[in-house]
Design a protein around this ligand. Structure first.
Ligand code: PLP
Length: 420
């Protein structure tokens, strides 16, 4: 079978290591299911991104929805990153790291009054508005607070990002942003919004995009709008490209960050403003694994099932997006036979699976498997479904490791509940 490895998560003497730490040793200490992250993978990805765009004025705002553990956010904040937050809860988490609020962008297609108020109170860099009604509401709230809100309008460029429909966000049939015409009308109405300063224009066309062309198409469309806005006498400070850069989960044909930079920098240079990026998955996905123990092997008819102790509540992506995560034993062995099997969890749903019809080395019960590329949209989507406690998270840095979140206790499961 194929074994996935990268610079920081790889086999040494046939045993899987995250940086200098043997995965088996971590399991002995913390049990399974267990999330393990490589801090240096996060750092290297961030630096690679920074370097690729060093010749233009730009800023990275880590999209913390991908992995919002405080230590993960803090890793990026310490590198100078800003943070893109999608709710008051994410804002709360981001602020816990001590980040300067002027390095926070407040996003979300449906911000509540309270979220807008909080964003203004904390004085975040900008609030993204996704409808004309929202612009009006931001203006009213800012007026009451005697503040001027910095706002960017999220424009839906109507391009096909050619990704899974659930993570495609830049088509006119998606709920996100406003079309170019509406955006232009809002910018033109700026005198009606005396408590708003329009500072930018924004897009985010989807996630796990594996070709540069949808980005280029969308940027071209928005550049035209940007130029029209300028002609109307409004000079914007930033052009926000959003996130969405795809990573390798298997052997998909993706693009490098340098190729992305090469194809987009000429467009950015024409705009003469600061370019904002909001990567999430690119920075974290391949820096994490979810380790799980095989409980049982069985056959139902012709179908092989490998039942493991991690489930859809720990890693939801396969169940909701049919997402591919490579699964491999943490002890490499070429001598064993491969089978085609479904790797499934203990949750009482047929949708509870980590892999379907997958060629995998036949494991024995008690053996440990690594679910690869679990550093993004993994733990953040976990739940307590079926009364399951959420797994711990360990961050490895060279030969050191730290528990950055403990396994939940049984008391967590009933926290704040009452028997009446
Ligand atoms: C507005 C916005 N920015 C950035 C991101 C991050 O996307 P990705 O993790 O694909 O880079 C998302 C993800 O949904 C998003 O909605």
């Amino acid at each position: 079978m194929q074994y996935l490895e990268n610079q920081n998560i790889k086999y040494k003497n046939n045993q899987l290591y995250v940086e200098g730490i043997n995965v088996d040793d971590l399991v002995k200490e913390f049990g399974t299911p267990l999330y393990i992250y490589s801090k240096n993978h996060f750092i290297n990805q961030y630096k690679e991104f920074e370097d690729a765009f060093s010749q233009i004025k730009h800023k990275i705002f880590y999209a913390m929805k991908a992995n919002f553990n405080l230590s993960v956010i803090n890793t990026f904040v310490n590198l100078g990153s800003g943070v893109d937050v999608n709710s008051e809860g994410e804002l709360f988490r981001a602020l816990k790291t001590g980040i300067d609020p002027s390095k926070i962008i407040l996003t979300s297609v449906g911000k509540t009054k309270n979220e807008i108020k909080l964003g203004l109170e904390k004085n975040v860099l900008m609030i993204k508005a996704e409808s004309e009604e929202e612009v009006e509401l931001i203006n009213q709230i800012a007026e009451k607070m005697n503040k001027v809100a910095r706002v960017a309008i999220r424009v839906n460029p109507d391009v096909d990002a050619k990704t899974h429909p659930y993570i495609s966000t830049g088509l006119s049939s998606n709920k996100f942003g406003v079309d170019s015409k509406t955006a232009l009308l809002i910018y033109k109405r700026r005198k009606d919004f005396s408590n708003i300063q329009f500072t930018g224009i924004d897009m985010h066309i989807g996630s796990q995009i594996t070709s540069v062309s949808p980005f280029v198409d969308a940027m071209q469309k928005l550049s035209e709008l940007y130029i029209e806005i300028e002609k109307d006498g409004l000079k914007l400070k930033h052009f926000d490209v959003g996130g969405g850069i795809g990573v390798k989960y298997n052997n998909e044909d993706s693009f490098s960050i340098n190729e992305f930079a090469e194809k987009t920098i000429p467009l950015f240079k024409k705009l003469n403003c600061e370019i904002i990026f909001e990567p999430g998955r690119f920075l974290t996905a391949n820096g994490g694994i979810l380790v799980t123990e095989v409980l049982y092997n069985k056959k139902n008819g012709d179908k092989n099932f490998i039942i493991v102790d991690a489930a859809m509540n720990d890693l939801l992506r396969p169940s909701i997006y049919q997402a591919y995560h490579h699964i491999q034993p943490i002890n490499k062995s070429d001598a064993r036979k491969n089978i085609i099997a479904n790797v499934v969890g203990p949750v009482c749903e047929s949708g509870d699976y980590l892999a379907r019809d997958r060629e995998i080395t036949q494991p024995t019960s008690g053996e440990l498997l690594a679910v690869m590329s679990a550093g993004a949209y993994g733990m953040v989507m976990s739940s307590n479904y079926n009364g399951r406690r959420r797994p711990p998270e360990v961050l490895v840095d060279g030969n050191k490791y730290s528990v950055i979140r403990n396994r939940e206790t049984f008391d967590h499961l009933i926290y704040d509940e009452k028997i009446i």
